[in-house]
Design a protein around this ligand. Sequence first.
Ligand code: PLP
Length: 457
Amino acid sequence: DYDKIRQQDKAHFLHPWQVFDVFREEGALPIVEGSGNHIVDADGKRYFDAVGGLWCNNIGLGRVEMAEAIAQQALQLSYANPFVDMTNAPAAELAAKLAELAPGSINHVFFSCGGSTSVDTAFRLIHYYQNCRGKHDKKHIISRINAYHGSTYAAMSIGGKPGDHPPEFDFIKDTIHHLSYPNFYRAPAGMDEQQFVDHLVQEFEDKIAELGGADKVAAFFAEPVMGAGGVIVAPEGYLKRMHQICKDNDILYVSDEVVTAFGRLGHWFASKERFDIQPDIIISAKGLTSGYQPLGATLFSDEIFAVLDAEGSDRCFAHGFTYSGHPVACAAALKNIEIMEREQLLGNVKEIGPYFEQQLKTLEDLPIVGQVRGINFMQCVEYVADKETKALFPEALDIGKRVSNHADARGLITRAIVHLNVMSPALTMTRKDVDFIVSTLRESIEATMADLRAEGL
Ligand code: PLP
């Protein structure tokens, strides 16, 4: 089976972010089974998946209860038209549940198929909202370099990873703008944390002025902790001050919690519970169903809804998907949340998270580990060629991939992003799992260092 799957895959499946030369050479690892934090390949080799799929496997793979809830809903009502003249019970119940879990006046939800479509929904909702208020010129969107917000046209334009903006694609450039990202490890030399935050806040204010003032700026997008951009935890005060600028300037604050919600940082939603900011819009996906079904949610405030729903309004928010509020996906989300509540998985993250963080930090004694960073079950190791200067290895050396290849061979999956390895395991992770991850990573980094020496690098 192993070879057959690989052959069919190579011939016909174009993967996300496929690097053609590498893929032609190496192909993909066929995975056939999963349970909890473990996956099994077609040769029967078992791995601890420290990435949780793609930051989404929050309750663990292969839960019978989830399969039953999905099957039961599929038998009872496998699909329902989401247009306004019909609804279905799982979508209505999930919307109410999300309103209960989301902070403050965030009581409304638009369902879509994943994170990207939820970001695109937010983009259109924001422009629609500003127009309903008569603010036709309040159109500009501000985001950050190295942000990742998805892969649809608007979401990718709002994102700011330089590698995701190659010249062969067009992006929305007239209304989307990027600020620096809050990576203190790579802050300009000589700045302390406070000066760095002042500098970033000033940059935001300058950008608003440059765009013609607050009447021209519609919204600011930010992940509470940047994920694919390198697990960037902003310095103390940054998020609050950026949020305050939004409030002072009537700019909507959009918190992209596709990764950080549903327990990854130990909270339902990290914006308010962890960082004490009240967004106007929250984007969620991934952990919302723990990947058992594709589902995304754009959550928004009573204040936004009141503008859309103004008395005497015969306007229509002309936006939607065939699968908005899909009953099977919503049933999966409800069961997923029920399991998290019953098993107190957020409590496990709060208990095991600091141990994970502290044990991973011990890797900083290795000569090529520049920094270990993250919060609770969202962590990353950054490799450097020189600890003093923080100089990176040449990109072509693919240092993260070299380490993750050694880890794969030892039964541990981590995600390599150029000079990083990122981790976001299922929330059921134990201390023993942490010890396995950290000791395996140490061996894999040491093996990589030995390779580099052997290659004279
Ligand atoms: N936003 C963030 C912060 C993400 O990390 C991702 C995916 O990794 C997305 C949006 C896009 O989500 P999806 O891949 O479900 O479209």
